[in-house]
Every structure is written in C-alpha cells, then in structure tokens.
Design a protein around this ligand. Structure first.
Ligand code: NAD
Length: 346
C-alpha cells in the first residue's frame, strides 16, 4: 500500500517537472519578446506604423533622436515628417527646366549642399534629374541616402497610379522615391491615385506621400478621410503675397508640412517681390539679397522652399541663407505684407 502511494507521488512529481506551467508560476514570455523586439537599424522609419490610426508621428524613432514632427530644425536644415522621415527644408525646383538644364541644376545644387530636389512627371525632366543625381553620386558628392527626391503624379495618370509610379522610378533611375505627391486636386479619381501611392509605400518604392494644389480645407479632408496614410506634405503656391495661412493652420492637425511652390513668386513675378519695400529694406539691413530674405522667411515661418533656377550663381545664392536670422520684428513685418494674392491662375 505504502509502495503504491510512493509510486503515485513519484509519478506526479515527474509529470509536474515536464509541464512548464507547473515548473514556474511565471508566464512563458519568450515568444512575445522575440516577436516584438526589432533591431531599429533594420527598420525603415515609418514602416512599422499603422498609418490608418491616429499615431503620434515620430514615435517609432530612437528616443534620443526624437524630433517633434512638423518642427523645423534650421541648424540641421530639416523637418521631421509625419511619416517618420526627415526632409530637407531647402531644395532645388525643376519646373520649366529642360532635361539638360535639370541635370546641371541638380548637380550644382547637390554640390552647393542642397539635399532636396523637386520635379514632376509633367515637367518632362525626370531623366535629367536622375542624371544629375547619378553624376553627384558617382563623383562622391552625395550618397543616395543623403538626398531627398520628390516627384509628382500628373492628373492624367490618376487612373493608372501603379504604372505611373513605376514609370517615374524608371525615368529617375532610382529604386525608391522619397516623396511622391499628387500634382493637383481632381475629385473624380484623386483618391484612387492616392491609394496607388499607399500601395507603393507598403512595397517600399515610395517613402512618404502627399498632395499639391488643394486650396480648400474640405477638399484636403476629402482625400484624408478616404485614405489611410496622412499626407506628409501639402505643396501649394506660397510666398510673402500669398502666405497660405488658412491651409497651413488646417493641415497642422495632421502634422502635414506646407511646402511652397513659387517661393520667390515664380518666373515673371520675382521682381514684384524683390522690389517690395519691406523685403528690400530688410535685405539691405542684413546685406543679403531680396531672394535670400524671402527664402529665409519661408524657413523661419515653417515652409519648405524649393526655388527654381537654371542659373549656377542664383542656385548658390539661394543656398546661402543659413548664416543669418530674421528678427521677430522682421518676421512680423513680412507677415503683414500678405495680400492673399496668388500669381498663378491654376
Ligand atoms: P520660383 O518662385 O522659385 O521662381 C523662379 C524664378 O526665379 C526663375 O525665373 C528664376 O530664374 C528666378 N530666380 C531664382 N533664384 C533667383 C535669384 N537668387 N535671383 C534672381 N532670380 C532668381 O518659381 P518656380 O521655380 O516656378 O517654383 C519653384 C518650384 O516649385 C518649381 O521649380 C517646381 O519644382 C515647383 N512648382 C510646383 C508647382 C505645383 O503645381 N506643385 C507649380 C510650380 C512650381
């Protein structure tokens, strides 16, 4: 009898040793740790976010490098986007440049320290832009990961967005594009085009996405509510005579950053701004040109600026805006010359 009891006791002890729940009171968390730990080095910024949720942008960054999304760092010359990627705040614009002009302008700009390039399918110069980038990379001026390339999907491609993205990649001769934006609002199918860009973000061929030429809060929200990834950028005509205050305040809730096209007023209008007495007197006080004052105003106001030029010395001049600062009073004076007046009619 005693022998039988002893054997039963021995058996239950042996069973218990083989069952983890018996062996310890602690839950086995090995799998949980393994599946949730990621090496931050391996991960593309933004790729582990669920863009459909109201995430706090930038929260997947290394806490030591944490930067508030939407806040400009003029020491570094960058702004953190809501996608988790850092974007340079001054770039070279390529509107109205031929392929060979774009190649030169992009190359000169990269050599002068610019790290942002803005082109579009409709400019017809993506190949030239790609060549300028390649030349700068081949000469060791920059690495691909140091630069930020933006292009835009034209409205006639909105019904065939996936193919349009592939075609831009091919023309630019790049594996990925840092930012693609829809060139214009087009309610009939811009959501469809935006969804193609969202698919490309999942694939990794686009890093950030955004919108251009949305001038009414409701029009912007129409796309936001029908899609999952918040636009990182809104690129609209913006300069001292059209400061885009309403849209800028509206998009701030999404941590979307305003990017200024026609930052100097655009071809044919620049002299109007350069000769404005407020702008030219501030320029005189700083021993800078009116163009430099306007560009510095954009950056201090929190607008990304992409002045366009095919002129080597203008490109250099436009880059020399990080060695001075406008005072609060000068910023106020420049704010007060807003006429809410667009130069373009599209
Ligand atoms: P801009 O305001 O940059 O002005 C360009 C004009 O200014 C050119 O005539 C250029 O020669 C002149 N200029 C440049 N630097 C100068 C300097 N330091 N001194 C004197 N003149 C100078 O206008 P933009 O180039 O049309 O716009 C900037 C960029 O924005 C474009 O190149 C393009 O990439 C983008 N863009 C986008 C849209 C859009 O619909 N999303 C529309 C227009 C432009």
């Amino acid at each position: 009898m005693i022998c039988k009891k002893f054997i039963l006791l021995l058996l239950s002890i042996l069973l218990c040793i083989n069952m983890p729940a018996c062996a310890s009171d602690k839950p086995n968390t090995d799998n949980i740790h393994h599946s949730s730990q990621q090496d931050p080095e391996d991960q593309n910024p933004g790729e582990n976010q669920n863009p459909g949720e109201n995430q706090n942008p930038g929260e997947n960054q290394n806490p030591e490098e944490k930067t508030e999304p939407g806040v400009f760092n003029l020491e570094k010359g960058t702004v953190m986007l809501n996608s988790g990627y850092e974007m340079p705040v001054l770039g070279i614009g390529c509107y109205l440049l031929s392929n060979s002009q774009a190649e030169n302008s992009v190359y000169w700009a990269l050599r002068d320290g610019y790290r942002l390039i803005d082109t579009a399918r409709i400019y017809g110069n993506e190949e030239g832009v790609g060549k300028g980038i390649k030349k700068a990379i081949d000469e060791g001026i920059v690495k691909r990961e140091d630069i930020f390339v933006t292009t835009k999907m034209w409205t006639s491609d909105f019904g065939n967005g996936d193919a349009a993205i592939e075609a831009s990649l091919k023309r630019l001769n790049l594996d990925y594009i840092d930012l693609m934006i829809l060139h214009h609002s087009q309610p009939s199918n811009d959501v469809q085009a935006y969804q193609a860009m969202e698919r490309a973000v999942k694939k990794g061929t686009l890093k950030s996405i955004g919108l251009s030429n949305y001038y009414e809060p409701d029009d912007f929200d129409r796309v936001v509510t029908a899609t999952t990834i918040r636009p990182s950028i809104l690129q609209n005509e913006t300069h001292p005579y059209h400061q885009s205050t309403v849209m800028k305040n509206h998009i701030a809730q999404y941590y979307t950053v305003l990017e200024s096209w026609f930052p100097l007023g655009g071809r044919g209008n620049t002299q109007t701004l350069f000769n404005d007495t407020t702008i030219s007197s501030i320029a005189k006080a700083h021993n800078k040109t009116s163009a430099q004052i306007i560009l510095r105003w954009h950056l201090q106001a929190g607008n990304i600026a992409i002045p366009g030029s095919s002129n080597e010395s203008h490109i250099k001049e436009n880059s020399e805006i990080f060695d001075f600062e406008l005072t609060a009073e000068e910023m106020q004076q420049l704010t007060s010359i807003d006429k809410k007046q667009r130069f373009a009619d599209y």
